[in-house]
Design a protein. Structure first.
Length: 395
């Protein structure tokens, strides 16, 4: 009953996280598109930065953006903030359920760093908070006044965080933390900068004062950062299904390329929406294709030739029984699992043969299984198992 309850908690948290995440990303993409699509009309009010006509759902909409703020407060003002807050809250709770409660299986890998659950969770919390603090200081420093230098600095910060995580946690735990660190920066941008600055503007209008233009400038800067960071975060959140990313020896390099790739793709849409043409919108997709091909080449497994004799099926089965059966069994002995993950059971040799492709991918090539290498599978055992599978799993 306890395991069924926890499964439902995880499923409902994941579902809610996806729902509110869609709402946040959707509103973020829409407003960045709107901001870049605004056009200044000769007949418009001087206080209006630009306007746009939109058609959707059978109706027409007229949008105007003021340079700073309107002369008076409208009777009704719509805010967009809770989508961001609940995306972070549900994401953090989901991470806590999976990676904190199951730290020994999903977060800790003794072959990387032999940590206690308490130490691992403490490091996680410290780096999530620390990443935002360093990012915020960068934006507030003179570096924040130079868009290119700030972009490079944020790239170094995010990739550096991914490298540190890869030196502390399991591959899977490191990748989800790299994504969570960016997600924390994005949500904190909304909570600490964007919404407070908007509230200052509203308060100034109510008091009959002229709002400081820097409040809107800061909010726009952070909003644009969130826009460019969204695509890499999404990939990090789904990466647990693809061990060729987090299971690679240089997973942090892959992470860095993904951050750049996501930024290049967003730049195309942002430039196109702003009215760019020619080379301004011609370089992004060729570069994106090259980056993707580079990732495929970089993550391709290196298969070394060996003159060693292929082991017999009895030895291969013995390795699987010793190292994998704790989780992948009809009745797992690992307390974190009531049933075999992914429905994979290795109680019989026939069941092992059916799963050889998955064993090769995750146990031999990516070395992400066993989870956290809790059964201490050796490199020699991985090599032998790989040779047996590549040879066709002979009897």
């Amino acid at each position: 009953m306890e395991f069924v309850f926890m499964d439902w908690i995880e499923l409902l948290l994941r579902w809610t996280h996806v729902i509110v995440g869609i709402a946040w990303i959707g509103s973020s993409f829409f407003f960045v598109w709107l901001d870049l699509s605004l056009r200044k009309r000769d007949s418009a009010d001087e206080a209006v930065q630009g306007e746009a006509w939109i058609v959707h759902g059978g109706g027409f909409y007229f949008m105007e953006k003021y340079l700073n703020a309107p002369e008076r407060m409208p009777a009704e003002l719509h805010w967009f903030k809770f989508e961001a807050y609940f995306t972070w809250i549900t994401g953090f709770l989901l991470m806590a359920v999976i990676y904190y409660l199951g730290a020994e299986s999903f977060l800790i890998d003794p072959s990387v760093r032999d940590l206690s659950p308490g130490e691992a969770i403490g490091i996680s919390l410290a780096f999530l908070a620390g990443g935002w603090i360093v990012y915020d200081l960068l934006c507030r420093s003179p570096i924040g006044n130079n868009t290119l230098v700030l972009a490079v600095s944020v790239l170094v910060l995010t990739v550096g965080s991914a490298y540190v995580f890869s030196e502390v946690f399991s591959g899977r735990g490191a990748y989800v933390h790299a994504g969570a660190a960016i997600g924390t920066i994005m949500a904190a941008n909304v909570f600490f900068i964007i919404i407070p600055n908007q509230k200052k503007t509203v308060a100034a209008l109510i008091a009959g004062e002229v709002p400081d233009a820097k409040w809107g400038g800061q909010a726009k800067q952070r909003s644009l950062h969130n826009n460019y960071l969204t695509l890499p975060v999404i990939l990090m959140m789904i990466s647990s299904h693809y061990p060729m990313t987090y299971g690679h020896e240089y997973s942090w390099v892959i992470f860095g390329v993904v951050v750049i790739l996501g930024g290049v793709i967003r730049d195309f849409f942002n430039t196109h929406n702003a009215g760019g043409h020619g080379m301004a919108i011609a370089w992004q997709w060729p570069v994106s294709v090259l980056l993707v091909l580079g990732l495929i080449w970089f993550t391709a497994p290196v298969i070394s030739d060996s003159d060693e004799e292929v082991i017999e099926e009895t030895e291969a089965f013995a390795i699987v029984q010793t190292r994998c059966i704790a989780c992948h069994s009809q009745k797992p002995s690992n307390p974190d699992f009531e049933k075999a993950p992914g429905g994979l059971k290795f109680d019989t040799l026939a069941e092992v043969r059916k799963a050889t492709s998955r064993i090769l991918a995750q146990t031999v090539l990516a070395e992400t299984m066993p989870l956290g290498n809790i059964t201490k599978m050796t490199d020699e055992e991985r090599i032998k198992l790989g040779q047996w599978i590549r040879a066709g799993a002979p009897e």
